[in-house]
Ligand binder design. Sequence first.
Ligand code: PHE
Length: 465
Amino acid sequence: MTTEEAAVKAPRTSLHGQWSSRMAFVLAVTGSAVGLGNIWKFPYIAGQNGGGAFVIVYLFCVFLIGMPVMMSEILIGRRGRRNPVATMALLGEEEGSSKHWRLVGSMSVIGGILILSYYSVIAGWTVAYVEKSVTGSFVGRSPAEIASIFGTFTGNWVSVAVAHTIFMAINILVVARGVERGLEQAVKFMVPALLVLMLVLLGYAINSGHFAEGLAFMLTPNFDALTWDSVLVAMGQAFFTLSIGMGAVMAYGAYLPAETSITNASAAVVVADTMIALLAGLVIFPLVFANDLNPADGPGLVFVTLPLAFGQMSGGVVFATLFFVLLTFAAWTSAIGLMEPAVAWVVERFHRSRAQAALMIGGLIWALGFGTVLSFNVLAETRFFKGTIFDNIDHLTSNIMLPLGGVFITVFASWVMCRNSSAEELGGAGTVYSIWRFLARYLAPLAIIFVFLKAVGLLPEFSGA
Ligand code: PHE
């Protein structure tokens, strides 16, 4: 046996440590999944894509495509126990295919960097909104006034840049501290607290007098209004919200103890994430209709509807502050997941300390973030291809890179890896395994490719569609 072969055969451990318990892993993946994607992005893109039918396609994508992709990604991560680039290269060779599978890992490192470059800017908005909440800026304001607070803030690139810088700085600090000390602590109270606060808001939305209208908008499907482009957006959102397709979950899987059930952990994460997104919709759409706002208004939707509600309810200052603090935390635990593949890669590949790697990668992301900072002010009118710089990064990552990553990940786990390897990771070849294997081998990759081709118009129309 060569030393390289011996290294492959030895029981693998990760250089970066391990989660202290099964619960810690579920919390960390949930923390990565639950974020701006659920509360900021889901409502506005559901609004832009007509509501009901979009939500149904989204749910279909989450459960039938997202869940098998997530399981594939975690099982690959745990088997390789390295950063996504090295894991894909290692397993590619070990399973008798090719080490070029590492390109899938490289795509994830790049994807994480690109996503975080805009994610951090929006997270910066939430940081700024904490300050606005504490100082009572929303109390008793009209819808027009609240909209102008948002417009004035995002219109000033300096304040947006400052908030983005603050957010990136706290991020780098946590990632530099490492897996257990950094990541676990942050998530433990954030998800439950966020859930409680969403329920308080739900109570308010139910009393807004427009709950039925909001509910109908979200749940009544009108498939005539659904384009293939919206189907692609729904699919992209399923990937984005579950943090899959770009190696975040793979990197986390590398720190997962061998005895934890990947299926149960994935199911818990998918259900929690979906509940929070639906809850966000149920809170926001009634408020949209109660205040005569437009559900298709775009990225500002949450930053206008919720402050309006807070401004009118008793105890609103406290609730608003709590809410934006929690949303900042939720974004933070997601941002950590976005940085992890790149940071783990730099640590392993260039033998840097975590602190150095976090600083290098964080600095790069911070600089790239200016593309998005300027997309809402100085360069707001500069449009190319899909719109502003922000629109293009968002489209490229969520709607192209993540689903494509998902195709490679499921194909790798279910076609390239031998049955024994995947069955071993998924706890034996029972019914659940067979269902996973079917979804991962056929449904997920084919559905993703089909939607892609449809969205770019490369497949013929069916009659009546
Ligand atoms: N899932 C996160 C959210 O919904 C975003 C994210 C995407 C985090 C990909 C990590 C990896 O906010």
